[in-house]
Design a protein. Structure first.
Lengths: 316, 250
């Protein structure tokens, strides 16, 4: 076995630190920090899922928040019907997201570059307006959830640490799966297509089925984040799937560094932390956030992950 | 003579008023090295692009192993054993030299819908990729990123990738362009060794190499084949000398 790659070590360190949040938050008497940490982990899952297609597949989806919404509404719809089990919520979310991704992906992947961005944005907006007009589920206003999902009939997720650790567990699982996937045969074809689609065709690959598969996997995983987001806020609304949210997911990747998985996690944590931190000081916090993004784009292309690589002297 | 491996009939392609391929017909027989020569802008690369499936011809037909492949996409042709190398190197810059070749092995061996096992640990892929690198003399650079190789090394890698697809017919688009003397000598020796296994269609500006390697030479000028024959016949052909060789030498 060779030494553990730095990005894997960094991810494990992040997971370990996150696991310490609930006891620490209790210790310093700030239990609200657990709620923020849960949001961080939820968005880390969403950003990870986007990194698969954007970072590894060079498919810039500007409608990825649709899958957050699909996951969240799966919880709302099933809860209304009296189904409260988390596993069933996850399965329904993954199934619905998979179908949506299969159909919209098959169409979107006929386009390239800026047209791909625009068409994914259009599909995301269609999903958004579908739920806006869904009056049985509160339409524009959304709907509150009666209770969080249950696990094996138990309400373990009711406590904030319970929900946090469940979400963190999903993050670790998804990270591990994607980490393996990106190194697998499939992952090679996907990132090979990012480097040169022409070359991949010239050795005998048709990129489309691989890209579409990655697109579907990505959508399904993002829906998992949506399920946990609905649980965290006990509330579901179309705003989860607005294009602002899709843009925010891209921002997380840019901030953290695309195409390393670990960077996506770091970017999501940093974005949520900055939002929470800056919002405390001013309602115009987005201005400050924008400045930080400009600085990252100019001074640290490759994001947080790239910055750390360069500080350690390795080529970025 | 055996049935041709590749049969091109009346192939034409135009960009607006410009005929880049003008009624081209030619045969490539199994085991031969067929060179296409011609001045810059004669449409040689465009012809290869149509034979490999990168470009669609406007009219005409391409038959390969007796099958009409005119409308077949590039990936399908490669899987039938019709591979090409690119004049402007088309490598995966962020992949190592070995990975660039291994992905070609992977394309023809087993499913690539495998999501869990690390491809880098698959010995079958690495061994075959290493063999192809050794064939072109690049095995010592296996772990270098393709993007960091020298120009000549990229040419060698380009060829190793094409070989790793196990072609029956290899379309070579100026494989020697930009290589140093040493690398060129090595590649020419490689082509000579390969000729028993692989049929080749070769576009090349290095006339020494062409006349040393080719069994047949076709001369392409302004999209048309103006002459075709053995290297000796082409050397003697007045029209060819006027159109091309004279220009080159004189």
């Amino acid at each position: 076995m060779t030494a553990m790659p730095p990005r894997l070590r960094a991810a494990l360190a992040i997971f370990a630190l996150l696991a310490l949040v609930p006891p620490l938050a209790h210790w310093i008497g700030q239990p609200f920090l657990i709620v923020i940490a849960t949001r961080m982990v939820v968005f880390a899952i969403a950003a990870l899922s986007l990194d698969l297609i954007l970072g590894y597949g060079a498919m810039v989806s500007f409608g990825h928040a649709a899958y957050l919404g699909i996951g969240a509404y799966a919880v709302a719809v099933l809860s209304r019907a009296g189904v409260t089990d988390l596993t069933l919520h996850l399965l329904a979310a993954i199934g619905a997201a998979g179908i949506f991704a299969l159909v919209t992906g098959a169409i979107s992947l006929r386009t390239r570059g800026v047209y791909f961005i625009m068409i994914t944005l259009a599909f995301g907006q269609m999903a958004y307006f579908f739920f806006v007009s869904f009056s049985a589920l509160g339409g524009d206003d959304g709907t509150a959830l009666a209770a969080r999902s249950t696990v094996l009939g138990q309400d373990w997720l009711r406590s904030e640490p319970g929900l946090f650790y469940a979400t963190l567990g999903l993050l670790v699982l998804i990270f591990a799966g994607l980490y393996r996937l990106t190194l697998s045969r499939f992952g090679r074809v996907l990132s090979g297509t990012r480097e040169s689609a022409l070359r991949m065709q010239a050795v005998g690959f048709r990129p489309f089925p691989y890209q579409l598969t990655a697109y579907v996997i990505s959508g399904c995983l993002c829906a998992v984040a949506g399920v946990m987001l609905a649980n965290q806020s006990a509330y579901v609304s179309p705003s989860y799937m607005s294009w602002h949210r899709s843009g925010e997911l891209i921002v997380m990747l840019v901030l953290g560094g695309i195409g390393s998985l670990t960077g996506a996690i770091a970017g999501a944590l940093a974005t949520v932390a900055l939002e929470e931190g800056l919002a405390k000081y001013s309602e115009h916090w987005r201005l400050g956030f924008g400045l930080i993004l400009v600085l990252v784009a100019l001074a640290a292309p490759g994001g947080i992950a790239g910055l750390i690589r360069r500080l350690k002297g390795a080529p970025a | 003579m055996s049935a041709p491996l590749l049969q091109v009939r009346n192939l034409s392609k135009s960009y607006a008023a410009l005929k880049v391929t003008d009624d081209v017909s030619l045969d490539v027989h199994p085991g031969e090295i067929h060179a296409i020569i011609g001045p810059n802008g004669a449409g040689k690369t465009t012809l290869i692009a149509q034979l490999s499936g990168q470009l669609r011809p406007d009219s005409g037909h391409v038959h390969y192993m007796g099958q009409d492949i005119t409308r077949l996409p590039m990936a399908a042709r490669v899987r039938m054993g019709l591979a090409r190398s690119f004049q402007l190197t088309t490598l995966l810059p962020g992949f190592t030299a070995l990975e660039n070749v291994a992905i070609a092995v992977q394309a023809r061996e087993g499913s690539s819908f495998r999501f869990f096992r690390a491809a880098a640990s698959e010995r079958a892929l690495n061994d075959q990729a290493m063999d192809a690198l050794r064939d072109v003399g690049l095995n010592s650079r296996a772990t270098q990123l393709a993007g960091s190789l020298s120009h000549g090394e990229k040419r060698q890698l380009e060829l190793a990738v094409a070989l790793a697809t196990r072609p029956r017919l290899l379309l070579l688009d100026e494989p020697l362009a930009g290589t140093g003397h040493e690398e060129a000598t090595l590649l020419i020796a490689l082509f000579a060794r390969l000729r028993s296994r692989v049929t080749m269609m070769l576009i090349e500006h290095d006339m020494d190499a062409v006349f040393r390697l080719a069994d047949r030479v076709s001369v392409l000028v302004y999209g048309r084949i103006i002459a075709s024959g053995t290297p000796a016949e082409m050397r003697a052909d007045a029209a060819v000398r006027a159109a091309y060789l004279g220009e080159e030498e004189g």
